[in-house]
Design a protein around this ligand. Sequence first.
Ligand SMILES: [Zn+2]
Length: 380
Amino acid sequence: MKKYSYLWKNILVLAVALLFAAVAAHDFLAMRTPEPVAASDGLTRVAKLSEYCANLKGTVGDEEIYMFDSGVPGGTFLVLGGTHPNESAGMMAAIAMAENIEVTAGRVFIMPWTNTSGFTHTSPLDGMQDLFTITLKDGSTRTFRVGNRLTNPVDQWPDRNYYEGTSGRKLVGTETAEIRNVNRLYPGNENGVLTEQVCAGIKNLIDRENVSIVMDMHEGSPEFFYLDTTMAHERALNVASLMAMDMGMDGLDMKAELSGQTSYGLSHRSLGDNTNALMTLMETYNPSMGPLHGKMDDDLIINGNEPNYYQAHLDGYIYYRVKENGIPLIERIARHIVCITKLKDAYNLYYPEAPIEFTCLGSYDDMMKLGLEGVFKPVK
Ligand SMILES: [Zn+2]
């Protein structure tokens, strides 16, 4: 009889473990469903990245590309959101654009979840949360994911001890996990690891569709030196500088910086060196990404207010001018969309032979008045 009591104890332990696993599996599987997008009437096609890198077919990296073609000949603007899924304003600005853009010359392509796999997990032991919810004007809600800056190890494993990317960037020592970072593996490799295949898909998309200009939207922790800064490949520096000046005239801080000559694998360097597109990358302030942030919750993600960072700024430890009431998500989304709109204006001055014309949510002040609840549309 005694030996059977051990059996029951073992079964009990297994049953409890299975119960926890089932609850966790439900949560993890929910993160594999992309946010619905209520695309604007101008949407002409939703393409898949596997059309540009066949090896992505059937993988988590086979992501959607929202294509808005005016039907009027011109240039093509590619907008990348979600290269780093924990930098929420990137994905949110891309979705807001897809829901509100009206293109009247050339084409605009929007990829809200550039590292789709990164959206399926969060950073372990960082107290991260996986989702946040906003309420719209009509009272309905929309929920968005907060992911990890790297590809999920479930989709790409193990990280190699030594790796040399197609850009020549070597990943060794503490950098080995960066083999899962989309923004280290450009121009990519169609037969490489999943993250490299995504990079190769984007490079092929730029080549085959003759993309004129690209914005890769990012956010940085308050400690980062390049906030409110647009990195630009040398061929894009005139356009980015004009955009920065234009933003400055609207009272919005913006710097244009030349992409580092050895920033191998990063979009603004390695896609600029290996395609004809003008490459740019912009960063906004995100206090939920830095080590000084307090409790991670919807309030921190949506309102971007972390008193520790305000104090650190007052004490002279944070160079960035942190505002007392923080920098909410709507402000960071507006900054990205205004930056892209003004990049388009600057591009048209330099390249009038291949124009790109669109309107999207108006000015920075217009978006601030609309708020998150007005910028996003209800979904069924
Ligand atoms: Zn980033």
